[in-house]
Structures are given as structure tokens and as C-alpha cells.
Ligand binder design. Structure first.
Ligand code: SF4
Length: 424
């Protein structure tokens, strides 16, 4: 196919001509992930973000003005949940956490932290009081969960989190009984180790809930949910020598129970609630806003379609993302539909992407090669047009083929990409 001579230009041309039918795109958010900083003092050797105190980009955190823009945007999105998380350690921007807690209009908030800041009982009590006070100033009174990451890599990091730090948080929480919940999250290879050490530190018991969930029962009876995530071999973990493959589920196994029908998993629309072992289907879209100000639909955006948060409305941003047929494919059919397409046309890229066992990097890795991205664009556009959910402008050179139900677009694209690989 001629289009494959210059895949980025050809993809851009399809996007310019692709018109989805009005009314079939989401109007609200589901989970919203905000990364306040790309830096982290702990510097775990398994960090999926490769985070430490070394700057990897010109812009490592949101400025005060950008944070206000983000708060406006998140509130406007009517997202069901805000996750203050990832990229690095959000507590490096503690004032931004407090500002989010007291202003953002969402019903639920989760803060993910390593807990390294809980160095003394006094400091822990002060920071947890500030968190509670900020949350209680919020007029929408959001439900809040403070989630601590616990595993061997945090304990053995260059600047480790110590068992006492976790103990400080749990003791302070059970004694002061603030208006928020605490949860713990570990990795499946560490089940029964770090959680037991923490239980011993605070005199708690550990009760089984199901295969991957436990309850820490504190003295006095308060309970803390504890969940075990898959082990992700992405970021710095790519350099680890230990092999956890026998001790962790694959993401396909882990997310199996959350598929809306067999093989269909749309993380682009789910409300992420890993600590309760839930990924709930939603009519909204999940959004990630990174510390450099860029944002995208989580597991729903090709890597060349990220936006910079400025003054755009939530509706304008969603409309931009849905100009891309790939977003329709990921929202309607989910990540495994993309995975299956790429497996057929570029097995090596597919194997590399799946080997990381990380949903956060999966879409970017599968769509990294230019020709694969174009191929998936054409296949997704063909599906949308032939299902009468979109049109392609008549002037586009492939308009007739994209509207032809008899055209085997998947085969043509697959053969072209495979031929590209063989000729290299
Ligand atoms: S604490 Fe979290 S963000 Fe920091 S290095 Fe460890 S895994 Fe990465």
C-alpha cells in the first residue's frame, strides 16, 4: 500500500478525514490519574517510572498555575475518582496534595505513596492531620484513601522506606481515627513476607479475603485492606536479574475477571479501584495527567496524540482524542483487541510489550512502530466506517476502501507490515 511509504503523514491524513458520528463519545471522566512529580527520593530498583531524584525531563512537576488548571479540568470532567499517584512520589509536592484535597470536585480520592515521609510519629501525626483537615474543607466532602506501597524493593531501596515508617502511619491512623481510610498494596511475589513484617510491627493479624487480597486487623479492631498487584517488568525493573514470572499473574490473568465480555477489557473507561480488587465499567474516560503537563486517555490514546493541558475544556479534549480511530478501537473493543492485531503483524513488538506485564506501558509499546500505528489506524477506521459509526471524507485516497465491507483491511495491513519487517 502506498500509504506505508510515509506512515506518520498517512496517519495524519486519515485523522483529518475521519468523522465519527456525534453522540457516541464519552462526556465525563471515570478514573483521573494525576502525577504531581516525576522525582522520588526512594529510587526503588523495580520502579516502573524509573523514578529517583535525577531529572529526566525539563519539567519535573506541575507549577502552581498548572495545578489550578488541572483542578478546574478534573472538576469539569466529573470524574468518579481522582488518583494522586505515579510518575514519582506525590508527597514531594505535599502542598499540591493539600490543594487538590480541599478543592477538587470528585466523590473519591486515592493518594498513592511510598510512606518515606512518616519518619517519626510526630511528623506522621502532623501530616496526616493536614491531610484530614484539607479533605474536610472540601465542600463535596470526598471519600479519601491513603494507599501505601509495600514490597521488598521499597525496603531495600537506596533510600529505603523502613518498616517503622509504615508502622508510624498505621499507629497514627488507628489512634487518631481521621475521616479517611488507609490501604496497603504489595506485589504478588511478596505475599506473606512484607505484609507479615508490618503486621508484626503494629501487633496486627492478617486475614485472607481471597487469592490476592488480605485484611490487616489492627489492635482495637480497625481493618486495613491489603492487595497484591502483578509484578511489572517495566522501567527500572527491566534491569533486574531476578525472575518473578512463576510468582505473579500476567496482566491478562489479573484483569480477566474485569472483562466486560470475554476478551474485552477497556481500561480506557474503567474506574480503577485496585485496593478493593475492582475495575468497574463506566461510561466515562480514564485520563492521565503527567507532571510535564501532558495528558491522554489511559490505555486509550496512541503515543503521538498526547495533549498539553492549557485552557481547553474537558469536552474539547475528549473530542480531540476521539478524532483518532485508534481511540475508538481501544474504548469499544479494549486493549486485547489491539494486542491481537499487533501480534499478527509484528510479533516481536507484541512480545516485547507483553513481557513488561504492565498495562500503563502496553498501548504505547504496541503502537511504537510508525507502520504498526498506521496499520491499526486504518483497521480501526475501516471498522468504524463499515459499522456506520463514522465516515471518511470522499477526497481521502482510501475513502472507498475504508467504506467497503468486503475489503479485508486487517489482512492487507498485516501483510504490508510483515513485508516491511522481512525487508529490513
Ligand atoms: S517509591 Fe514508588 S515512585 Fe518512588 S521509586 Fe519506588 S516505586 Fe518508584
Amino acid at each position: 500500500m502506498d500509504a506505508f511509504r510515509d506512515p506518520p503523514a498517512a496517519r495524519e491524513k486519515v485523522l483529518h478525514s475521519f468523522r465519527h458520528r456525534l453522540g457516541n463519545i464519552p462526556t465525563r471522566g471515570s478514573s483521573f490519574f494525576i502525577h504531581l512529580s516525576e522525582l522520588c527520593p526512594v529510587a526503588c530498583e523495580h520502579c516502573m517510572y524509573s523514578s529517583d531524584l535525577e531529572r529526566k525531563s525539563d519539567k519535573v512537576a506541575l507549577s502552581r498555575r498548572e495545578l489550578e488548571d488541572a483542578i478546574r479540568f478534573i472538576s469539569e470532567s466529573s470524574s468518579q475518582k481522582l488518583n494522586i499517584t505515579g510518575g514519582g512520589e506525590p508527597f514531594l509536592k505535599f502542598s499540591s496534595i493539600l490543594r487538590l484535597l480541599e478543592t477538587v470536585e470528585v466523590p473519591r480520592i486515592e493518594i498513592v505513596t511510598a510512606g518515606h515521609w512518616a519518619m517519626s510519629p510526630k511528623r506522621t501525626a502532623r501530616m496526616m492531620r493536614q491531610i484530614d483537615e484539607a479533605r474536610s474543607r472540601n465542600p463535596v466532602n470526598p471519600e479519601l484513601l491513603l494507599r501505601l506501597s509495600i514490597d521488598r524493593y521499597h525496603l531495600n531501596a537506596p533510600r529505603p522506606v523502613r518498616i517503622e515508617h509504615y508502622g508510624n502511619v498505621l499507629r497514627c491512623w488507628s489512634e487518631s481515627r481521621p475521616g479517611f481510610a488507609v490501604g496497603l498494596r504489595s506485589i504478588q511475589p511478596d505475599m506473606g513476607t512484607v505484609d507479615r513484617m508490618i503486621a508484626k510491627e503494629v501487633g496486627a493479624g492478617v486475614e485472607r479475603v481471597d487469592d490476592w487480597n488480605r485484611l490487616l486487623v489492627l489492635p482495637g479492631g480497625m481493618t486495613v485492606p491489603l492487595t497484591f498487584n502483578v509484578f511489572r517488568r517495566s522501567g527500572k525493573a527491566l534491569r533486574l536479574t531476578e525472575d518473578h514470572s512463576g510468582a505473579t499473574k500476567t496482566i491478562r490473568e489479573y484483569y480477566g475477571p474485569f472483562e466486560s465480555r470475554p476478551g474485552n477489557l477497556s481500561l480506557a473507561t474503567a474506574v480503577n479501584d485496585a485496593i478493593r480488587g475492582e475495575y468497574t465499567a463506566s461510561t466515562g474516560v480514564a485520563v492521565t495527567l503527567n507532571s510535564d503537563g501532558t495528558f491522554w486517555i489511559f490505555c486509550g490514546t496512541a503515543p503521538d496524540r498526547r495533549l498539553l493541558l492549557e485552557k481547553q475544556s474537558f469536552a474539547e479534549a475528549v473530542a480531540y482524542f476521539f478524532e483518532d480511530p485508534i481511540t475508538h478501537l481501544l474504548v469499544d473493543e479494549g486493549i486485547w483487541a489491539l494486542s491481537d492485531l499487533v501480534m499478527e503483524m509484528d510479533p516481536r513488538t507484541h512480545a516485547g510489550a507483553l513481557a513488561k506485564n504492565d498495562s500503563a506501558s502496553l498501548v504505547d509499546d504496541l503502537l511504537a512502530p510508525d507502520d504498526v500505528r498506521l496499520a491499526v489506524t486504518l483497521i480501526a477506521a475501516h471498522r468504524q466506517v463499515t459499522r456506520d459509526r463514522a465516515t471518511v471524507d470522499a477526497e481521502h485516497p482510501l475513502a472507498r476502501m475504508l467504506a467497503d465491507p468486503a475489503a479485508d483491511m486487517a489482512r492487507m495491513c498485516r501483510d504490508t507490515v510483515l513485508a516491511n519487517r522481512e525487508s529490513r
